[in-house]
Design a protein around this ligand. Structure first.
Ligand code: FAD
Length: 558
């Protein structure tokens, strides 16, 4: 259905191509959205600023990049043939393989004709008279669409640090979230990595093996659990495949984070020291994100949380030979899990290598970048660390960054950025009042980044596709979040967050990594199963809390 269709006879930009739906972004969200909408016979145009599909997996090509939710679960479930036929090679597939998978999906479902690559959406304005969105793109074109779906990604707006002198640096500078396509070889080079979040934790061990010397600049130590990555055996793949219907159901409906795991039946303080330690040891040995699922109160009760945090701190001390380096690597300013837990392969052990240095930039902040070095100044006076290449592992303007870059104007010319100036406001993370027919996939106010994101993406795509089908079936023109429902949802999201330890960390969940960004806990912590039920109930009650306008209502009124 790549043909451009006219959906209304109402006047709007002359000669503008008109689609039923414009989708922004061709990562896992945008691709599945296109697939679902096309099946409904709709005309859809997807714009992707990158040179190919895959989103996160197109941009993040840094050494060591891989998923941290197991691939048998971090994959689409909408096509049984796909999940039965695709062979994941490892427990956590590396980036090139996930990108290959995204490309395979694009080809298999013949998505490419409706995806315009290398094209950024710059603005979207709602034309109240015509009841359509006018969308302008970086190729200078304007199209109109009845619906716009933002599949722009939660971690797609790479954050460049504001460090004085960065532009004077004479060596190569790489951002992990914008990694070049050609192979980067650090052999023989002195490399500096700035940042110690998930991307650094994945890349540091790999870069250390190549580089002559690696200096890691750490402001905040993060908790990381060993991945225990390994090749998947045919038996392991088969055991998933033969149980997929049930496993996917559990991930969607019963789990908190879209990952299948045994549900804890008790809190951490209900077990004695020895039992508790043995349980942590089992999870540590098994590896991966499910470490935090040992007990049911680790993100609720600080004393319970301390037991898990201390366990990991002890592990760091056991792994890292130099006590002062070990101390620096032990997180001390946030509860474990309150920032996204990292999953690594040999991260802590890498600091035992003779060619790796850890620099504490909390007490010795980076003062400036010089042409051939990084200068810190603080407790230890001024120090210059000579480097030939810099890797910025400084993360993303998460959840709202890519949305904010688009000039979005809803009713009465209200911009989304103005409306969200004090923090994002949505109803269910799906829509924002004043912006009719504009949907967000995994937006703030939904579980999104707290979950296996493909589970959350599929849930949102299905909900949005069903909503648009209902609108068409009932002859409705617009749907938008009701102001009261939105206020109640924002309050609910906030209330649930305040009942946990999450707000105690200066995390990107809170917007704390971006200077000047309002600090509000953005994702919904209620759990993916609970959240899905809420969304389904809302739809079943005729989209309760949303305002619907259009033909049916007019017919009823007359
Ligand atoms: C290194 C890394 C590892 C991750 N690992 C995991 C994991 O193991 N498990 C997990 O659940 N999640 C993981 N995530 C989160 C990951 O982002 C999601 O799992 C998922 O890939 C998001 O898909 P998406 O389509 O929503 O967004 P994205 O993949 O980010 O795609 C959005 C696309 O929209 C495009 N775009 C944005 N704005 C515009 C615009 N104005 N015009 C045109 N195009 C635009 C972007 O270029 C991008 O390609 C990881 C993230 C990173 C960065």
């Amino acid at each position: 259905m790549s043909a451009v269709q006219s959906i209304s006879g109402k006047g709007h930009a002359a000669n503008a191509a008109t689609y039923d739906v414009v989708v922004v972004g061709a990562g896992f969200a945008g691709m599945y959205m296109l697939h679902r909408l096309r099946k409904q016979g709709l005309s859809v145009r997807v714009y992707e600023q990158g040179g190919d599909v895959g989103g996160t997996w197109y941009w993040n090509r840094y050494p060591g990049a891989r998923c941290d939710v197991e691939s048998m679960q971090y994959s689409y479930s909408f096509s049984d043939e796909l999940q039965q036929q695709w062979d994941w090679s490892e427990r956590y597939a590396p980036q090139p393989e996930i990108l290959k998978y995204a490309n395979h999906v694009a080809d298999r479902f013949k998505l490419r004709p409706d995806i315009q690559l290398g094209t950024r959406v710059d603005s979207a304005a709602f034309d109240e008279r015509a009841g359509v969105w006018s969308v302008t793109t970086s190729d200078g074109k304007t199209v109109t669409a009845k619906y716009v779906v933002l599949a722009t990604g939660c971690l797609s707006n790479a954050r460049m640090p504001d460090i004085e002198g960065l532009s004077d640096f004479k060596g190569q500078v790489y951002h992990t979230g914008h990694w070049p396509h050609e192979q980067i070889d650090f052999t023989g080079l002195r490399v500096g990595v700035i940042g110690t979040g998930s991307s650094a934790i994945q890349s540091v061990p790999v870069i250390a093996e190549q580089a002559r010397h690696l200096t890691v600049f750490q402001r905040t130590a993060n908790f990381s659990i060993p991945a225990r990555n390994a090749a998947l055996t045919p038996e392991e793949r088969d055991s998933f495949r033969s149980n997929y219907p049930e496993l996917r159901r559990i991930a969607r409906e019963e789990s908190r984070n879209g990952i299948v795991q045994e549900l804890p039946d008790r809190g951490a303080l209900e077990d004695g020291d020895n039992v508790r330690r043995a349980k942590y040891e089992t999870r540590w040995t098994r590896g991966g994100l499910t470490f935090m699922g040992v007990y049911n109160n680790l993100v609720l009760d600080k004393a319970a949380n301390d037991t898990a945090a201390n366990f990991v701190r002890d592990k760091i001390a056991q792994i890292v030979s130099d006590p002062s380096t070990a101390k620096l690597l032990q997180p001390d300013n946030h509860p474990i899990g309150a920032k996204r837990i990292c999953v690594d392969t040999d991260y802590y052990a890498t600091f035992n290598r003779a060619n790796v240095t850890l620099v504490d930039i909390r007490s010795n902040p980076i003062e400036r970048i010089l042409p051939y070095s990084v200068r810190t100044a603080g407790k230890e006076g001024i120090r210059d660390y000579e480097v030939d290449a810099l890797v910025l592992a400084t993360g993303f303007d998460a959840m709202t960054g890519s949305v904010a870059k688009i000039d979005i104007r809803g009713r009465n010319g209200l911009t989304l950025n103005a409306k969200w100036a004090e923090g994002p406001r949505t109803y269910l993370g799906l829509m924002s009042a004043g912006f009719p027919n504009l949907f967000i996939i995994t937006g703030p106010g939904s579980p999104s980044v707290l979950s296996n994101m493909i589970v959350s993406i599929e849930q949102h795509v299905d909900w949005i596709a069903d909503c648009i089908a209902t609108m068409r079936h009932r002859g409705l023109d617009t749907i938008e979040a009701g102001k009261d429902a939105e206020d109640r949802w924002v309050a609910h999201v906030n209330e649930v967050a305040q009942g946990t330890l999450y707000p105690q960390a200066n995390s990107w969940y809170m917007g704390a990594n971006i200077p000047g960004k309002p600090q509000i806990f953005m994702p919904y912590i209620g759990g993916v199963g609970v959240y899905r039920q809420i969304c389904n109930d809302v739809a079943a009650k005729g989209y309760e809390g949303f305002v619907l306008t259009g033909a049916e209502r007019q017919r009823a009124a007359s």
